[in-house]
Design a protein around this ligand. Structure first.
Ligand SMILES: NC(=O)c1ccc[n+]([C@@H]2O[C@H](COP(=O)([O-])OP(=O)(O)OC[C@H]3O[C@@H](n4cnc5c(N)ncnc54)[C@H](OP(=O)(O)O)[C@@H]3O)[C@@H](O)[C@H]2O)c1
Length: 290
């Protein structure tokens, strides 16, 4: 029998934000965390601290797992697999293959399962700025949609493939990882050249502002399978990258990230795509290397 709206497993910054949003939306909320002390502020707001993961999931219509990764989720839910009454919604990060394996595992044990990915930081949860992707059985999503709306913002169901949300998250984290790595590298090079961080930031902002337009151009060109270099070609970018790598090396800064991108560019040029736009690199990366 289920008598609680939401159980939250995991009270890291994101789990705490999800629990607080559920409480603010008037949902009866049970929380559980490996380190129970983290629950204290939520208990003051009205949450019930379950003594074990099994007790948390037993009475909940929706159990949201928000832990470090899929192995942490498996470690918490496998021992209590017979106690689920409602749907398990896993919002922890990980590769799509792990999401699909988790869905298979849940199916084998008769647990209704949805996978998901949170695309925005913890402070957005419960506000219009939150974005959460879900994937898996549409029936399960529709049944729990009203409850999940407590997390705010935009909730999108991507389809029946349980791995879809994780696949989006991984590709989006790819953008984030490469961009943050690029930013750190660029600040190191600028500072090595004696440029003040604030003076550099003023111009670095402009590169970030180019990305939304580039994402749309990539999408158009990859959809059409045509890569006209209206603005700048792969060959010209390759030459600029070589200069940056040399400048970094001269300042004793690890140029390996730049050389790695340069290798992709060199491969494109060698394959005769030097005159194409950067979007051609995405297609090339998806093809087996010769
Ligand atoms: N923070 C964000 O803004 C954000 C944004 C988007 C997505 N996410 C995703 O949300 C998930 C949770 O993130 P987070 O920031 O809240 O914190 P986190 O550091 O990724 O995870 C911390 C939580 O995982 C638990 N945990 C870790 N290993 C465990 C294990 N083996 N067994 C049981 N519990 C375990 C921790 O318990 P203890 O407290 O006992 O250590 C804590 O509850 C992650 O997958 C993250 O990628 C987070």
């Amino acid at each position: 029998m289920t008598d609680t709206d939401i159980a939250i497993l995991g009270l890291g910054p994101m789990g705490r934000a999800l629990a607080a949003a559920a409480l603010a939306a008037g949902r009866s909320t049970v929380v559980w965390n490996r380190t129970p002390q983290r629950a204290a502020p939520l208990v003051e707001q009205g949450a019930v601290l379950a003594p074990s993961a099994g007790d948390a999931v037993a009475g909940a219509r929706v159990t949201v797992a928000c832990l470090l990764d899929y192995s942490a989720v498996r470690a918490c839910v496998a021992p209590v697999r017979d106690r689920f009454g409602g749907t398990l919604v896993n919002l922890s990060s990980g590769p799509a293959a792990q999401a699909r394996a988790m869905a298979d595992w849940a199916g084998q044990h008769g647990i209704d399962y949805l996978d998901g990915a949170i695309l925005t930081p913890a402070p957005t949860i419960g506000t219009p700025a939150a974005t959460v992707l879900y994937s898996g059985a549409r029936r399960s999503y529709e049944r729990n949609r009203r409850t999940l709306e407590a997390f705010g913002g935009t909730g999108v169901h991507l389809g029946e493939d349980a791995g879809a949300a994780a696949a989006y998250e991984m590709a989006l984290l790819d953008v984030f990882a490469m961009s943050v790595g690029g930013l750190a590298h660029a600040f190191a090079l600028a500072m090595a050249e004696g440029i003040e961080p604030a003076a550099f930031a003023r111009f670095a902002r402009g590169i970030g502002a180019m990305l939304p337009g580039m994402a749309d151009r990539f999408a158009d060109q990859l959809t059409e399978g045509r890569f006209p270099a209206d603005i700048s070609s792969i060959a010209s970018a390759g030459s600029a990258m070589a200069h940056v790598a040399d400048a970094a090396t001269a300042r004793g800064i690890d140029a390996a990230p730049l050389r790695a991108v340069q290798r992709i560019v060199d491969r494109a040029v060698a394959a005769g795509h030097g005159g194409d736009s950067y979007a051609r690199l995405a297609q090339l990366l998806g093809e087996p290397a010769a």
